[in-house]
Design a protein around this ligand. Structure first.
Ligand code: SF4
Ligand code: SF4
Length: 558
């Protein structure tokens, strides 16, 4: 392999790599604004200038190919002096409004101003002023004064999102980005430019001014907006989700996520219609009861029916662990009527990330034992069975019976028992006999399998009352068993919700079954022994990157 020396360190590189790429792969950080590993090279910010032996002038490391035997210095006085000059030049017209800028705390310009600048400017003239607020698209606000004309947003739009929506206009210190006349920057991936903009010129309208970056915790998780399962960080302050941002995973979503997933897939966690107490119908009305009473009532009520009179409906929104235990409870009770509701939007997909299946775990639920038409039992048969009063009891998790396409809703009134685990109110919870408040994807540990057979972990980013109780008295070093980084002492309301797998465990125990699971991980460990596709996997192996399951049959069209 060819070798290059950077800052006296000899490193190997791949033919075709630029200096900045070779350096980065070997842990040497060369400052850069316009260069981005996923975009074409534009070479316009000049901050990545380095000195190369035998070259008469400094070169930009993003556009200079590494060559065998090349000697590069990223810290020579000549390099540092040029870098300081570039920083001074870029800062000439920058408004320096960090105290009111959303990017502060995660801003490349702010960071480099500390690490690569002299800290003062010789420019005493009036700075060029520009428009501070332009709604450049429905989800993005543009501050032209902060823009350093790196062109990342322009290149992202045309090269990744496939939407040529942005361009530079004007010249010199008046240059700015703009959409074409009369057009809006509204492609389905537009908000990724907020992440890659190295300054606070592009801000997320849904998040701006809601929180400083350092006030939030970031927890690694998975977007639940579709079966792609984009890797995300969940940003939380005072136990409320403030924003989602994409997290790199080359086998799933690279560095990106769609705008819909970013904005719409977490609002229900913070919503007012969360269910926060167990409820049992008494004298026609749902009444709050203790967990103990709710669990006991569910177990006693289920026992009143013959197995063929009961149907269990799993959920593609719930984890593998949740669905696995639902399937296990059904088996223990002899219930054969098992199904799941699919939520696909025909035509709402593309070749980038977005999938028609708007749920995160249809594939995983199938592997865990809950699939459409299981044992030939379809949703039509379910509705017909209820209408004919052959099916008298339904237990449904994390879904809405009334979302079954074309279902005769009046038939559901025939049910003698309807039990539901749900995080938010819906038609099913309103007509149910027993309602259990279920933790959302942001409040529990568990796993999903995406459409391509990659099993991935979710972790609690938002605390529930249960976690609070469990963490009480637990040593700090053991908190990571919960797989979360949330601040134990943070303020904020905590919902009295439990993960579905735990609710089912308690019902199973009440029915006299040996359901002994203390953590979601215990359920997964059992699954990895019982389900061949999960064999040899565990939470540690899945880690933060996920694991492609081996079976070729996983991407079945379930
Ligand atoms: S808006 Fe941001 S990403 Fe776009 S050119 Fe300006 S600084 Fe670069
Ligand atoms: S593509 Fe799907 S998983 Fe990815 S961010 Fe969008 S909705 Fe979420």
């Amino acid at each position: 392999m060819p070798k290059i020396i950077i800052d006296s360190k000899e490193i190997e590189f791949k033919q075709g790599q630029t200096i900045i790429e070779a350096a980065r792969e070997n842990g040497i950080d060369i400052p850069h604004f316009c260069w981005h590993p996923k975009l074409s090279v534009s070479g316009n910010c000049r901050v990545c200038l380095v000195e190369v032996e035998k070259m008469p002038k400094l070169v930009i490391s993003c556009a200079t190919l590494a060559a065998d035997g090349m000697v590069v210095n990223t810290r020579s006085e000549k390099t540092l002096s040029a870098r300081r000059a570039v920083m001074e030049f870029i800062l000439i017209n920058h408004p320096l409004d960090c105290p009111i800028c959303d990017e502060a705390g995660e801003c490349k310009l702010q960071d480099y101003a500390y690490s690569h600048s002299v800290g003062e400017s010789r420019f005493v003239e009036e700075k060029a002023h520009n428009i501070k607020r332009t709604e450049i698209g429905p989800r993005i606000m543009f501050d032209a004064e902060r823009c350093i004309s790196c062109s990342r947003c322009i290149r992202f739009s045309s090269e990744i999102a496939g939407a040529n929506q942005l361009t530079f206009t004007k010249r010199g210190d008046r240059v700015t980005i703009s959409t074409f006349p009369g057009e809006s920057f509204d492609n389905p991936y537009s908000m990724n430019t907020v992440d890659i903009c190295p300054v606070g010129a592009l801000t997320n309208k849904d998040f701006r001014f809601k929180s400083r970056v350092w006030e939030m915790s970031a927890t690694k998780s998975i977007c639940t907006g579709c079966s792609r399962g984009c890797n995300i960080d969940i940003w939380v302050r005072n136990n409320k989700i403030m924003r989602l941002t994409p997290r790199n995973n080359e086998q799933v979503n690279a560095d990106w996520m769609c705008d819909n997933g970013r904005i719409n897939s977490f609002k229900f966690v913070n919503a007012e219609d969360r269910i926060d107490s167990v409820q049992v119908r008494k004298e026609g009305f749902l009444q709050p009861v203790t967990w103990e009473e709710g669990i006991k009532t569910a177990a006693v009520s289920l026992k009143k029916f013959k197995p063929h009179e009961i149907a269990f409906i799993g959920s593609p929104y719930a984890t593998n662990e949740d669905n696995y235990l639902m399937a296990k409870l059904a088996k223990a009770l002899g219930v054969q009527n098992i199904s799941i509701i699919q939520h696909s939007v025909e035509g709402d997909c593309d070749d980038i990330l977005i999938r028609e299946d708007k749920t995160p775990n249809l594939t995983g639920a199938a592997l865990a034992g809950i699939r459409p038409n299981y044992n030939g039992f379809s949703l039509n048969q379910l509705v017909d069975g209820i209408r004919q009063k052959k099916i008298k009891a339904v237990y449904i998790i994390e879904d809405d019976l009334y979302s079954i396409a074309g279902a005769d809703e009046k038939a559901f009134a025939n049910l003698e028992l309807l039990i539901v685990n749900s995080s938010n109110r819906n038609k099913t919870t309103l007509s149910a006999d027993i309602v259990f408040p279920a933790s959302t994807f942001a409040e529990k540990n568990g796993t999903f399998v995406n459409f391509a057979g990659v099993v991935q972990r979710i972790r609690p980013a938002v605390a529930t009352a249960e976690m609070d109780r469990a963490l009480d008295g637990m040593e700090m070093s053991k908190w990571d068993k919960f797989g979360t980084k949330f601040d134990r002492w943070m303020q904020g309301e905590k919902k009295d919700a439990k993960p579905t797998w735990r609710i089912i465990t308690q019902i199973g125990e009440q029915l006299g079954m040996k359901f002994k699971y203390e953590m979601a991980e215990n359920v997964f460990d059992e699954m990895s022994g019982a389900i061949k596709e999960f064999a040899g996997t565990d939470y540690d192996k899945i880690g933060s990157e996920g694991l492609k399951l081996k079976s070729e049959k996983i991407a079945v069209n379930v």
